[in-house]
Design a protein. Structure first.
Length: 663
């Protein structure tokens, strides 16, 4: 994730078309006492604006003093939890000084990741402090990017940081103090603190610059620090060689007592349990490093859509799969298309409308659909032109706000192609094309292939693989109408034709191409929850699990509406009886009755999809309530307590036809 303050970024975007020169500089001193849950702050803002402005501070805080050029401001207005002061227009530089204080909410370590994403409150406790900028815990001028220098004071057992260059650090007189400087345009300040053990390493980057790497880890995971510091250097070498010099002087990995996954300039804030996962160093860590170029080094113009998450997914998550092997990359492309197929008709949104991840559907659109766009773009213009476009975009746009149009222009300059039609259809149209390999017929010299797509037609480059006795050949067919025939020469008699077998085209997969996954029911607003039998305690545990799994939860029903997806939850005997009584396929052998809980997907003969959760009892449902919602891309799972011991996806069957004999 790019930032913890997406809501604030949207507010800023509403008032600023592009990042102007920094016209606000902030000098902030803040002291936090986690034991008392108090914050005390002083700020001095230099404002170089010749027009009226608005000063804002979260309503939970008390402003003891607010002055402009030494003169007190009046009482603030209050709107949507924010204190607002009008700053009159004045020539030259205005100086605003604010002294404020307030109480912070207690840290809640029981939050899951979805709750954390939606929680914009400032929290503190002995195990950690997190002040998201969206909570407006410091005074700011609305709509104005700013630079800042911030000094943080904490009890001596605590350590903390904000994005920026560490200018000074000391522990003296029972307190820890650190000063950070951020000279670039910023749209918010997120603050983190905790009982951290700090490890540091200086590296020389591929661009010849010194970069300070740090880990701020809770003592219980301090032994992981060296592994993370080792991994960071490889990412800086990769992205400096691919994009350009790293735009900052340092990067820190910070542990959180809650399951966060945030990226800010110069740092990433990841949950303790997330950091313990062995694959994070080779996946999510690089994703967050890359966000210092895309999102924190070039800012998305949110009014025109957020391109940064998709580009980061493509250049990080997907790139790591490509570097591993071709099959791993194919599986990731297929998983993206499965996710897209899971979005019910009418729930998809144009990519240009994506701003930040709020639920499963928005993630599919903003991350996976956008990553497919960049894959198709690279396939179209070639790797060399794509990489040149990336470098041009970075050189021109760093530390400014950029839109999809700015990206398009960079790739056009690198490739010499008019890419407006390509971007227009993939950005502004909801959903994805539905494509069918309608038939194939042998000809004297090869094969005639018929392709069809639904109205309104897309302009598509469709990969089709022809299997012959002499081997396989793949052709890229240009389809711009709802149907077209193509005559292709083959070196031997065509035996079969396969539509896009490597899944390189953004499209809505057919049922055989996209066997059901848990996400089919999880993101559908029509999904009905059915609890099969059980006492009051089991039904309560089942309802809690449904609330966590579904993006659009609703009260359980006895009988689902016809055609609606189903989330069926119960103990083994009750689940098996319900499936048999309602015409659904029985429990698959892949899950059997192993472990304490089994979950799987099934498709009814009439079309609807079910996600079935079959448990040994109430305790098994409770144990799986936290982890199970994170396995939306799976078709079946077996849990032993809270641990998934078996998982898998039903095999996909690409669209294949056999060429009919020539007439």
């Amino acid at each position: 994730m790019m930032r913890a303050a997406a809501a604030l970024a949207l507010a800023l975007a509403a008032t600023a078309a592009a990042a102007p020169p920094v016209s606000v500089t902030s000098e902030i001193v803040v002291a936090i006492d986690p034991a008392r849950r108090t914050l005390n702050g002083e700020a001095r803002l230099q404002i170089d604006l010749d027009r009226p402005a608005t000063l804002a501070l979260g309503e939970r805080f008390e402003a003891a003093s607010v002055t402009v050029d030494g003169k007190p401001l009046g009482e603030p207005a209050r709107r949507e939890g924010v204190l607002l002061w009008a700053l009159p227009a004045a020539p030259g530089t205005r100086q605003v000084e604010v002294t404020w204080r307030g109480a912070l909410d207690p840290l809640d370590t029981a939050l899951d990741h979805r709750d954390t994403l939606r929680n914009a409150r400032p929290v503190t406790g002995a195990d950690g402090t997190f002040l998201p900028s969206a909570s407006r815990w410091y005074p700011e001028v609305i709509g104005q990017p700013f630079s800042y220098r911030l000094t943080l004071s904490l009890p001596e057992a605590q350590r903390g940081l904000v994005p920026g260059r560490l200018a000074r650090e000391e522990t003296r007189d029972g307190a820890y103090r650190a000063t950070f400087e951020f000279p670039h345009p910023a749209d918010g300040i997120d603050l983190m603190a905790g009982p951290y053990t700090i490890r540091e390493r200086l590296i020389r980057s591929a661009a010849g610059r010194d970069i300070r790497l740090r880990t701020y880890f809770h003592p219980r995971i301090a032994e992981l620090a060296d592994g993370y510091l080792d991994a960071l250097k490889d990412y800086f070498n990769l992205y400096e060689g691919w994009i350009g010099a790293y735009p900052f002087t340092e990067f820190s990995v910070v542990s959180s007592p809650t399951p966060t996954g945030f990226g800010m300039p110069t740092l990433t804030y990841l949950g303790v349990e997330v950091l313990r996962l062995p694959f994070i160093k080779s996946t999510s860590l690089g994703h967050e490093v890359l966000h210092n170029w895309w999102g924190n080094g070039v800012y998305p113009d949110y009014r025109a859509g957020n391109w940064a998450e998709g580009l980061t997914t493509f250049m990080a998550d997907y790139t790591y799969k490509e570097r591993a092997d071709a099959e791993a990359a194919r599986e990731m492309r297929l998983s993206w298309l499965r996710d897209i197929a899971a979005i019910p008709p009418g729930q998809d949104r144009p990519l240009v409308e994506f701003t930040s991840r709020l639920h499963g559907t928005s993630q599919i659109v903003g991350y996976h659909k956008a990553a497919m766009l960049f894959l198709m773009l690279r396939d179209r213009i070639g790797r060399a032109a794509f990489d040149e476009g990336i470098r041009r975009f970075w050189q021109r746009q760093q530390f400014s706000t950029a839109s999809w149009d700015d990206l398009r222009r960079a790739f056009e300059a690198a490739s010499g192609e008019d890419l407006a039609p390509f971007f227009e259809q993939w950005l502004t149209r909801a959903g994805a094309p539905t494509l069918t390999l309608a038939g194939a017929e042998q000809t004297a010299s090869g094969v005639r292939i018929e392709l069809k797509q639904a109205q309104p037609a897309y302009r598509l480059r469709v990969p089709v693989t022809i299997r012959t006795a002499a081997g396989e050949q793949t052709e890229i067919l240009s389809l711009t109408t709802t149907s077209a025939s193509f005559e292709l020469k083959t070196p031997a008699r065509a035996e079969a034709e396969v539509l896009d077998p490597d899944f390189r085209l953004l499209r809505r997969l057919g049922p055989a191409e996209a066997p059901p996954i848990l996400r089919d029911a999880m993101v559908n607003p029509r999904t009905a929850t059915v609890i099969a039998g059980g006492d009051a305690a089991l039904r309560e545990a089942a309802s809690h699990l449904a609330q966590r799994m579904l993006d659009y939860p609703s009260p359980p029903v006895e009988r689902p509406r016809g055609g609606a997806p189903v989330l069926l939850i119960g103990v083994h005997a009750s689940v098996d009886a319900w499936l048999a009584a309602n015409g659904w396929p029985p429990r698959p052998p892949e899950v059997g009755r192993e472990g304490t809980l089994q979950a799987w997907t099934a498709r009814h003969r009439d079309g609807p999809v079910a996600v079935v959760v079959s448990a040994a009892g109430t305790d098994a449902l409770a144990a799986a309530a936290r982890p199970l919602p994170h396995y939306g891309r799976q078709s079946y799972l077996v849990f032993d307590g809270s641990r998934a011991v078996t998982k898998g996806v039903w095999p996909a069957q690409p669209q294949t036809v056999k060429a009919a004999p020539a007439r």
